[in-house]
Design a protein around this ligand. Structure first.
Ligand code: KG4
Ligand code: ZN
Length: 409
């Protein structure tokens, strides 16, 4: 049996991405190339992703990105076993460019085509691990960046099911229980805004930049460890019980505190659902109480820190509570917000403290945002499980594959 190579495409939001993922006869899978062209600078001007602009950019970038991924992987078209593309959920104009492009290639090259759920891709990013010497120099800048020679954790080498996955992206916040690959039970989810959406909206309220998640995280980190002496007069003197770290080089630094305090929505509810819309509104009310303070960097940093901590407190507490009930062997983190260092660290610490023996997997930082390597990872794992008639059916997907903005996991 020769090795399988899948060309994967992702265009569900504002990244045009392509990757080649291979599976060798002994069941080892590798990411041979992963190319991402981000539109973040284009959409920053508008403060959010503009679907039709995104589609126009995908149309321009996708052929180049696919070509580059093929070149970097050294795979020829004749080496490609099948194609895979994100067919939902996401922005319809953006999804359509990727799926129509993939369908055209599948027809032209006479290859099977797999439609992959975007969140399945994010979850599968956890099964990609770097092998020694593997590189992850991915940035979000154009023209593109690459991940090469990352080994995938295939079924036999996966640490263990059942697995509980906390999915946190711009469009989703879900606790997903997996008893095996591709079996998903959603045991909790947000009732309104997704976690990433709340980060983005808070950044907009505070006018601190786009994309919001990294901007809020950076300000929160600044609050915890300010490296400049704060000149701002506060309403309260430094409290000796305040455990925020002081700068190493300025022991006399006294952090000022504005006593921003935000709610932890749904924290004490028995279910595993979330709600972030009220938390975002609480930030809005806080800023309306003290509009004059918004000019003060320290105040804005403190809001970011408190908001981020409130979101993390709820995400971590619900995950631990769900794990206590469902007893997974592994807990995973997935989606764009899984790039948040505090969330990564605090969830890990809570698992270690409360659930000894439970494994904790987080995707490589380079694979937290939207990329095609994760779509390829899902596709090779699926391909491995497909029987002949399913593979034959995939040969007709160029005619039948549909996009769905609200595709269910
Ligand atoms: O998965 P993703 O790239 O796109 C969707 O599938 O939605 O997630 C994007 C989300 C955005 O809301 C972004 O602000 C958030 O992930 N994000 C972060 C961080 N990096 C990206 N949120 C918090 N902290 C971060 N470091
Ligand atoms: Zn995503």
């Amino acid at each position: 049996m020769s090795s399988i190579k899948i060309l994967a495409i992702e265009t569900s939001c504002d990244e045009s991405a392509a990757a080649i993922v291979s599976l060798d006869p002994s069941g080892n899978a590798f990411v041979l190339s992963s190319v991402i062209s981000s539109q973040v600078e284009l959409h920053a001007e508008w403060g959010g992703v503009v679907p039709n602009l995104a589609a126009r950019e995908h149309l321009k970038n996708l052929p180049l990105v696919v070509e580059k991924s093929l070149k970097e992987s050294r795979a020829k078209i004749s080496d490609i076993t099948a194609l895979a593309v994100t067919n939902g959920p996401g922005l319809i104009p953006a999804l359509l460019i990727g799926t129509e492009f993939a369908k055209t290639l599948a027809y032209r090259w006479d290859k099977p085509l797999l439609g992959i759920h975007h969140i399945e891709g994010h979850i599968c990013a956890n099964f990609i691990g770097s092998v020694s010497g593997g590189q992850f120099p991915v940035s979000v800048k154009n023209p593109s960046a690459s991940i090469q020679n990352s080994q995938l954790k295939t079924e036999n080498s996966f640490p263990g099911f059942p697995a509980l996955c906390l999915v946190v992206s711009g469009g989703h916040t879900q606790l997903v229980l997996m008893r095996e690959h591709f079996q998903y039970e959603i045991i909790g989810q947000t009732l309104d805004d997704a976690a990433g959406e709340a980060f983005d909206k808070v950044a907009r309220i505070l006018d601190i930049g786009y994309p919001g998640g990294p901007a809020v995280a950076a300000r929160a980190a600044n609050f915890q460890n300010p490296n400049v002496k704060c000149q701002i007069k506060s309403r309260r003197q430094y409290d000796e019980n305040d455990d925020r770290p002081q700068t190493a080089d300025d022991k006399s630094f006294f952090a000022k505190k504005y006593e921003v305090s935000l709610p932890r929505p749904m924290l004490n509810k028995k279910n595993f659902d979330f709600s972030f819309s009220g938390l975002k509104t609480a930030v809005l009310y806080e800023t309306k109480k003290h509009p004059e303070l918004l000019k003060e960097e320290r105040y804005v940093n403190e809001i970011c820190h408190e908001f981020q901590q409130a979101a993390i407190d709820v995400l971590v507490a619900k995950t631990i509570k769900a794990a206590a009930k469902y007893k997974p062997q592994t807990i995973m983190l997935a989606g764009g917000v899984s790039a948040n260092m505090e969330l990564r660290q605090q969830l890990g610490a809570a698992i270690k403290k409360n659930l000894p023996g439970v494994l904790y997997r987080i995707p490589d930082l380079a694979l937290t945002g939207d990329n095609a390597a994760m779509i390829g990872a899902a596709a090779v794992l699926r391909w491995q499980k497909m029987n002949i008639s399913q593979k034959e059916k995939a040969s007709n997907s160029w005619k039948t594959l549909q996009t769905d903005a609200n595709l269910k996991l």
